[in-house]
Ligand binder design. Structure first.
Ligand code: NCD
Length: 305
């Protein structure tokens, strides 16, 4: 049975633990994995801009000894001629062994997974989900903190359109005693379905606030996000909200000494570059970990031993 990864909850907690363990083993023993996907092909079908996600998928496949094909913009694919996502998925199933797809429409990778005869990985669908960023984030948290249970995690910025936020909240809702602090302008609060179907339904201890300074001293993890310009209906709202939160060294004064500052990137203005040299800045480590956890995921979905 082919398996796809559309939503982070498609993976059981035990499977996530296993992927984290494999990623840690790849970091420790990369040579062991250099031939695991020899002869296999990954297709990256990106209908939306990307730097890290696409390149980390491609680097992951190369480091497993496999090959990569694909496109990085809708305009250079037959989508520009009006081809459906299903037909594209059926076509690519003839040429590749696994697909990583990013699409501006929520649900497009799911539709592709129904049509494809090979596994499909959701590499971001609109303002909805981004499960492989979540695997990246969980690997980062577990390496930095040695655990995921019992942490207080603050999400700050665009919690409405930020798909990485939605997926990570879903994943965290299955760990023990995790506390979640949602910091955003009122207009950019997490969607109602995340509040009701994820946080409330699972009895997660959470609070919503607009005040980063007040929330900061209690946090173990601060997950900053970019205001998602491309999902706004008008430019004025974006301009008004884009600089709602800017993290600077002065603002970190009351933060924990072992705070872990994360960001899925790209950063626009939310974290001052002066913070990059602070030992608490973890966002570039996160970028690197993303490659290893995608190697683990590709092997799992291709059922490579
Ligand atoms: C994120 C995304 O595409 O959702 N980037 C990423 O994949 N690391 C975050 C963002 O674009 O703001």
């Amino acid at each position: 049975m082919k398996r796809s990864l559309i939503d982070i909850l498609d993976l059981s907690p035990a499977e996530i633990d296993e992927l984290i363990a494999t990623a840690n083993d790849i970091i420790a023993n990369p040579a062991k994995y250099a031939e695991k996907c020899r002869g296999k092909k990954l297709a990256t079908l990106f209908f939306e801009p990307s730097t890290r996600t696409r390149l980390s998928f491609e680097a992951a496949m190369y480091e497993l000894g496999g090959n990569v094909l694909g496109f990085s913009e809708a305009q250079s694919s037959s989508a520009a001629k009006g081809e459906s996502v299903s037909d594209t998925a059926k076509t690519v199933s003839c040429y590749a062994d696994i697909i990583a797809m990013r699409h501006p429409k929520e649900g497009a990778p799911f539709v592709a997974s129904r049509a494809a005869s090979i596994p499909v990985i959701n590499a971001g669908d609109g303002g909805h989900n981004h499960p492989t960023q979540t695997l990246t984030d969980l690997l980062t948290i577990s390496r930095e903190k040695g655990r995921i249970d019992g942490l207080t995690v603050g999400f700050c910025g665009d919690l409405k359109f930020g798909r990485t936020v939605h997926s990570l909240i879903g994943a965290l809702s299955r760990y023990k005693n995790v506390k979640i602090v949602l910091i955003s302008p009122t207009e950019l609060k997490v969607p109602e379905y995340v509040l009701q179907e994820v946080l409330e339904k699972n009895g997660i201890d959470f609070e919503q606030t607009t005040d980063l300074q007040k929330a900061l001293p209690n946090l173990d993890i601060l997950y900053m996000t970019r205001v998602q310009r491309e999902r706004f209906f008008n430019e004025e709202d974006y301009l008004r909200l884009k600089d709602s939160y800017i993290l600077t060294p002065a603002k970190l004064k009351n933060a924990k000494q072992d705070l872990c500052i994360m960001h899925p990137l790209p950063r626009v203005n939310e974290i001052s570059v002066e913070i990059d040299d602070d030992p608490r800045a973890c966002y570039f480590k996160q970028v690197l970990y993303g490659k290893y956890v995608r190697m683990a995921l590709i092997m799992k979905l291709l059922e490579v031993e």
